[in-house]
Write a protein that binds this ligand. Structure first.
Ligand SMILES: Cc1cc2nc3c(=O)[nH]c(=O)nc-3n(C[C@H](O)[C@H](O)[C@H](O)COP(=O)(O)OP(=O)(O)OC[C@H]3O[C@@H](n4cnc5c(N)ncnc54)[C@H](O)[C@@H]3O)c2cc1C
Length: 464
C-alpha cells in the first residue's frame, strides 16, 4: 500500500499556491505555511482603504496552456481586463515609445540626435557584420551591438545601472535576448489586441487571483497558515519536520519550498556540507520599493509603464495604474495614480530609509517629472525584499551545485518558484516549476529545473 501523502508547502505566493492546486487535483491535501500576513507573494495586492497597489506591474502573459487554464479557472471572465501594452522611456524630457521604433528615434528626439543615433547604429553593423557573436558578451557590448553606442547609452545604460544596480560591463547579456526587443524599422508596431501587445489583468490587481486561489484551497480543506514563517526544516529518516516561528512544529512526507534558496539551505538540518552552505551564502537579491502616489490632478499619460533611465530622477520605472485597471483607485476618483519603483539592495541606505527620507526622494522626483504642483490624495509604500534573485554565470553554476546536492540527498524536498530556485521567473514559470515538481513528487519523470531555460519567451517590456 502507498504511504500516506501529507506534503508541506512553504510560501503562499504563485508557486506555493499552484503546487497546492496541483496536489488537490490529484486528491492530496497539503498544508501551506506563509511568513507574511498575505497570499500572493511578490504578486500580492496591498490595499489601503479603496486604494490598491500592484508592487510590480504584473502583466499576465504566458505561452503555457496549463497556466492559462489555471488563471481562467480561478477568476471568471468579468474579473479580467484586457490591457493594451504601452510603454515609453522618458529621455531628455521626451516620452519615446518602447519597444523602440526607428521612426520615433529619428523624428522625435530632434534631427541631430536622430543622425547621431543612425550613424552609431549602422557603423558597428557594417564593421562587424561577419564577426561571430560572443556567447558570453556583457550587457553593454550586447546593447551597443543591438542599438549602437548612442542609443544604447541614451536608453539602456542608465536604466540598467539604476535597476540592476551594477555596471552593465559586469552584467551578462543572456536575459536581454529574452526581454528586450530590437528596434522596429519595417512596420509600425501598433498594438495587436490579440497578440503579445495585449495582456490580461485581474480587475483588482494580481493579488485578486491569488486570493481566489487561496479561497478555493481553503474551501477544499487546505490549511493556509499566515504569519507562519518556517525557521527550521529537519529531515528525519523518511519524513520532514518544520519548525515555525510561533514555536509549533509540523511534519509531512515532502516539502515544496518557495522560500529563497539561500534561506532554505540555512534552515536545513542536518546541516548541508560547508561547500553547499558557502555557495548558498553567495546568492543575493535586489529589492524594490514601490511608492504608490495618487495625484489629484489628471495628467494624460498614454502609457502603462514609463522607464526613467535619466540621472535626474532616482526612480527607475513608473507604473500608470489608471491604465492597468481603474479599479485600483476608488470609484469615481479622477486623478493620476502612479507607482514609482525604486530598485535597491537590502543592505543599501534606501532600503532602510525612513518614510520621511523616502518621501523627500519621491518629492524631488515628482518635481523633476513636472507633476509636483498637484496635491496628493494618497501615498502608499510597499517594500519587496526578495524581488529579484541576482543571477549571473557564476551563480548559475552555484545554483546547479545546490540543485544537484538537494536532488541526491533530499529527493523529497522540492525547491519551486522564482526565489525557491533562484531564477528570474515570471509568475507563469514559477507556476510551471510548481506543477512539474508535483508531477515529480507523484513519480513522473519530469524536470522542473528545465522550465524557463529557453530563449524563446519574448518579454517585450524591458522588465528587469
Ligand atoms: C517588480 C516586479 C515586477 C514583476 N512583473 C511581473 C510581470 O509583469 N508578470 C509576471 O508574470 N511576473 C512578474 N513578476 C514576477 C512575479 O512576481 C514572480 O514570478 C512570482 O511572484 C513568483 O512567485 P513565487 O511563489 O515563486 O515567489 P514569491 O512571490 O516570492 O512567493 C514566495 C512566498 O514565500 C514566502 N516565504 C518566504 N520565506 C518564507 C518562510 N521562511 N516561511 C514561510 N513563507 C516564506 C514569502 O513571504 C512569499 O509570500 C514581477 C516581480 C517583480 C518584483
Amino acid at each position: 500500500m502507498e504511504a500516506a501523502r501529507n506534503p508541506l508547502i512553504i510560501g503562499a505566493g504563485p508557486a506555493g499556491l499552484t503546487a497546492a492546486l496541483a496536489l488537490m487535483k490529484r486528491g492530496i491535501t497539503p498544508r501551506i505555511y506563509e511568513s507574511s500576513a498575505d497570499v500572493g507573494g511578490l504578486a500580492r495586492t496591498p490595499t489601503s482603504g479603496d486604494w490598491r497597489v500592484d508592487p510590480g506591474g504584473h502583466r499576465f502573459f504566458t505561452k503555457s496552456e496549463e497556466v492559462s487554464d489555471v488563471w481562467r479557472s480561478l477568476l471568471p471572465a468579468d474579473q479580467w481586463v484586457s490591457v493594451r501594452r504601452s510603454s515609453a522611456m522618458l529621455v531628455n524630457d521626451h516620452l519615446v515609445r518602447y519597444p523602440l521604433l526607428g521612426r520615433d528615434l529619428v523624428t522625435q528626439m530632434g534631427l541631430r540626435s536622430g543622425i547621431r543615433g543612425l550613424a552609431s547604429f549602422f557603423w558597428p553593423k557594417l564593421r562587424n557584420s561577419m564577426a561571430p557573436v560572443n556567447d558570453s558578451e556583457s550587457f553593454s557590448d550586447w546593447g551597443r551591438r543591438q542599438f549602437g553606442r548612442y542609443w544604447y547609452e541614451l536608453f539602456f545604460d542608465g536604466y540598467v545601472r539604476k535597476t540592476w544596480l551594477t555596471n552593465p560591463e559586469n552584467l551578462a547579456s543572456e536575459w536581454a535576448n529574452q526581454r528586450i526587443k530590437p528596434i522596429g524599422w519595417h512596420r509600425s508596431r501598433e498594438p495587436d489586441p490579440l497578440g503579445e501587445d495585449a495582456f490580461r489583468y485581474p480587475v483588482h490587481g494580481p493579488g485578486q487571483l491569488w486570493e481566489a486561489a487561496a479561497k478555493k484551497l481553503a474551501d477544499a480543506g487546505v490549511d493556509i497558515c499566515l504569519n507562519c514563517a518556517v525557521t527550521k526544516i529537519h529531515h528525519t529518516g523518511r519524513s520532514w519536520t518544520m519548525e515555525l516561528q510561533n514555536g509549533e512544529t509540523v511534519s509531512g512526507d515532502a516539502v515544496f519550498s518557495s522560500m529563497p534558496l539561500r534561506n532554505l539551505i540555512d534552515t536545513l538540518e542536518p546541516e548541508p556540507p560547508h561547500r553547499i552552505r558557502a555557495t548558498a551564502a553567495t546568492l543575493r537579491h535586489r529589492a524594490v520599493i514601490t511608492v504608490a502616489v495618487a495625484l489629484q490632478k489628471r495628467y494624460d499619460i498614454p502609457y502603462n509603464w514609463v522607464y526613467t533611465p535619466g540621472k535626474n530622477v532616482r526612480v527607475g520605472r513608473i507604473q500608470n495604474y489608471g491604465r492597468w485597471s481603474s479599479a485600483l483607485a476608488p470609484a469615481d476618483w479622477n486623478g493620476t495614480y502612479l507607482g514609482l519603483e525604486y530598485f535597491t539592495l537590502p543592505e543599501d541606505d534606501l532600503w532602510v530609509a525612513s518614510s520621511e527620507s523616502l518621501g523627500a526622494i519621491v518629492e524631488q522626483d515628482l518635481r523633476e517629472l513636472g507633476v509636483a504642483d498637484s496635491p496628493l490624495d494618497n501615498v502608499i509604500i510597499v517594500r519587496s525584499q526578495f524581488a529579484y534573485p541576482i543571477d549571473d554565470k557564476a551563480r548559475e553554476r552555484g545554483v546547479a551545485r545546490i540543485r544537484d546536492y538537494l536532488r541526491q540527498k533530499h529527493p523529497t524536498l522540492h525547491p519551486i518558484g522564482r526565489n525557491g530556485m533562484h531564477r528570474y521567473d515570471n509568475q507563469d514559470h514559477a507556476m510551471l516549476s510548481a506543477m512539474h515538481s508535483v508531477s515529480r513528487y507523484m513519480g513522473e519523470n519530469v524536470d522542473p529545473w528545465q522550465v524557463n531555460t529557453g530563449r524563446s519567451y519574448h518579454e517585450a517590456g524591458l522588465k528587469n
